[in-house]
Design a protein around this ligand. Structure first.
Ligand SMILES: CC(=O)N[C@H]1[C@@H](OP(=O)(O)OP(=O)(O)OC[C@H]2O[C@@H](n3ccc(=O)[nH]c3=O)[C@H](O)[C@@H]2O)O[C@H](CO)[C@@H](O)[C@@H]1O[C@H](C)C(=O)N[C@@H](C)C(=O)N[C@H](CCC(=O)O)C(=O)O
Ligand SMILES: Nc1ncnc2c1ncn2[C@@H]1O[C@H](COP(=O)(O)OP(=O)(O)OP(=O)(O)O)[C@@H](O)[C@H]1O
Length: 483
């Protein structure tokens, strides 16, 4: 593609002498540049891409785009107001605005993005359409699994994968980081889903209103015929629905009141009534918890908004196979129940532990840790939720990032004194923390292990395992316990 065409119609100045130059590809990491590529310099959170411009030129970049003034470059330099925005635009142009060729659904919210996306992906596939899935656990394009580095990939990868996808449908998780960093710019959505909003990522967004506004931006990218599906279980959801309606968007709400388009009604355990107008559909959902009923209702609402027949959507949800590390349950031969889950926000943890509490007649053990690289201000709230609902809390290592273990250990002791209700033990090795819970538990007790789901451990541990799921599977053998 010609340089001038890839920038069109941005109000930037492409040197006339260089406009007809062909570019072979686009990259925003200098190490990926091949001769003939365009390099886009981005001011990052860790380093500044402008510092790597000469590396890119030496690697063969034939042109560079960036925000800063850069004198005396041997190749044309196109100054743009915002590198990340420009990257999304350039990628969409280079790959031919690929979202126009798919029916695209974006799912946003603090909790439930992965679950709702997987449920919707399952409904669409059961309905006979192949579907690309982009999200936290992995990406799946043309039936091929690709490991996920981010929940919402960078703009270049996104546009490339959309161009490569032969699946008519695309379901993607849209994180607030992805929105703020313009990773999803230039994607037109046929449906955008909001699950909920609760305290999370305040270290990044600063306050809840800014976090809400970031999520709301997804809805400004709906195609003219697109539909907003908004869960109104939270004040933020009700606020969003009201604002989108007054802005003239087509909005369908999922909630618990007669005003909602899809209303979830209280039912027997494991069964869920979806009331839509005068019709009630009852379904047995394989995943427990009120929150999963809400995720299922959101997926149902999105699917039916896109033309899937309601009864088919219900039947598909009843066959939902589940998601690795999300309420993944094991029955130990000793009579103890174990559940591995990804809850890592105060609200998600509250919903998850309450679901277990309503099933547990014995003691409830909770094994978890704090992430070094996540908002430290939520740690007290997480432990407070845990110690309120569980009988025994074992605090252990999670991903530490740049935080040294000794520092985290002192923080844990301090938080345990304040919020632990005398229920907290500290066991550094995560695999041994799980084993200790299992050794103390009696038949009928439940052990919950949260925060990592299927994610691999960052550090080696004592037992021959690399994740919570592997630890539980290993400990399913009685002889691996000390008792
Ligand atoms: C803090 C953050 O969000 N960082 C994201 C951001 O990286 P960055 O641009 O700031 O990277 P940087 O390392 O400072 O580099 C700046 C620039 O220099 C370039 N560079 C760098 C080195 C070099 O040798 N040459 C070079 O050209 C880089 O390619 C980059 O363009 O943009 C990258 C590309 O899109 C992301 O992969 C990266 O996500 C990091 C890995 C991350 O951990 N992000 C988390 C916080 C995140 O985004 N999470 C959400 C989910 C949140 C949730 O709901 O739980 C997600 O969508 O994954
Ligand atoms: N609708 C919901 N409301 C509250 N908590 C939820 C909801 N759905 C899931 N959870 C809890 O949050 C955890 C994470 O769920 P899920 O992976 O679906 O969310 P997510 O938004 O994709 O999270 P992340 O972006 O961090 O990957 C679950 O394991 C569960 O404990």
């Amino acid at each position: 593609m010609k340089l001038k065409d890839v920038f069109h119609p941005l109000p930037v100045s492409v040197p006339a002498s260089a406009g007809d130059r062909s570019i072979r590809g686009i990259h925003f990491h200098s190490a990926k540049i091949q001769p003939g590529d365009l390099f886009v310099a981005i001011r990052g959170n860790e380093v500044d891409g402008h510092d790597f411009i000469m590396d890119a030129v030496r690697a063969g970049a034939v042109a560079v785009a960036g925000e800063k003034e850069v004198p005396d470059l041997p190749v044309p330099y196109i100054r743009v107001p915002d590198g990340r925005r420009a990257l999304a635009h350039l990628a969409a142009r280079f790959y031919g605005q690929p979202s126009d060729r798919h029916t695209v659904v974006g799912v946003t919210g603090t909790n439930g993005k992965t679950t709702t996306s997987h449920m919707l992906h399952h409904i669409l596939r059961e309905n006979g359409s192949s579907c690309t899935l982009i999200g936290t656990i992995h990406h799946r394009i043309n039936g091929v699994e690709i490991p996920a580095a981010n929940t919402t990939p960078d703009a270049l990868s996104l546009q490339k994968w959309l161009a490569e996808s032969r699946d008519p449908w695309v379901v993607m998780e849209v994180s607030s980081h992805g929105i703020v960093q313009h990773r999803t710019d230039r994607i037109g959505f046929d449906c955008a889903v909001f699950t909920n909003l609760s305290r999370e990522h305040l270290d990044y967004h600063g306050n809840m209103e800014a976090y809400f506004q970031a999520k709301k931006r997804l809805f400004s990218q709906l195609k003219p015929s697109g539909t907003a599906v908004v869960c109104t279980f939270t004040d933020w959801g009700r606020k969003l629905a009201g604002q989108l309606v007054s802005e003239g968007l087509s909005v369908r709400t999922v909630g618990e009141t007669p005003e909602d388009d899809i209303r979830i009604e209280p039912t027997d355990r494991g069964r869920l009534d979806l009331r839509e107008g005068g019709t009630v559909r009852t379904l047995s959902l394989p995943l427990p918890g009120k929150y999963n009923a809400r995720n299922a209702a959101a997926a149902y609402c999105a699917a039916t908004s896109l033309g899937v027949e309601a009864d088919r959507a219900v039947r598909a949800l009843e066959q939902f196979p589940g998601i690795p590390g999300r309420f993944e349950r094991f029955s130990h031969p000793s009579g103890v129940n174990l559940v591995v889950d990804y809850a890592h926000t105060p609200d998600g943890l509250y919903e998850f532990l309450n679901t277990i509490r309503s099933r547990c007649n014995g003691q409830l053990f909770h094994v978890f840790g704090f992430r070094g690289d996540r908002d430290p201000s939520k740690r007290g709230e997480l432990l407070s939720v845990s110690s309120r609902i569980s009988d025994r809390v074992i605090l252990t290592r999670d991903k530490l990032g740049k935080t040294p273990w000794n520092e985290m250990k002192e923080e844990m002791k301090r938080i345990a004194r304040r919020y632990g209700r005398g229920k907290v033990t500290l066991v550094e090795d995560r695999s041994l923390a799980i084993r200790q819970a299992l050794e103390e538990a009696r038949p009928g007790d439940w052990i919950t292990i949260t925060g990592k789901g299927p994610e691999p451990y960052d550090d080696p541990c004592t037992l021959p395992v690399h994740s919570d799921l592997e630890a539980v599977r290993w400990l399913m053998k009685r002889e691996h316990l000390k008792v």
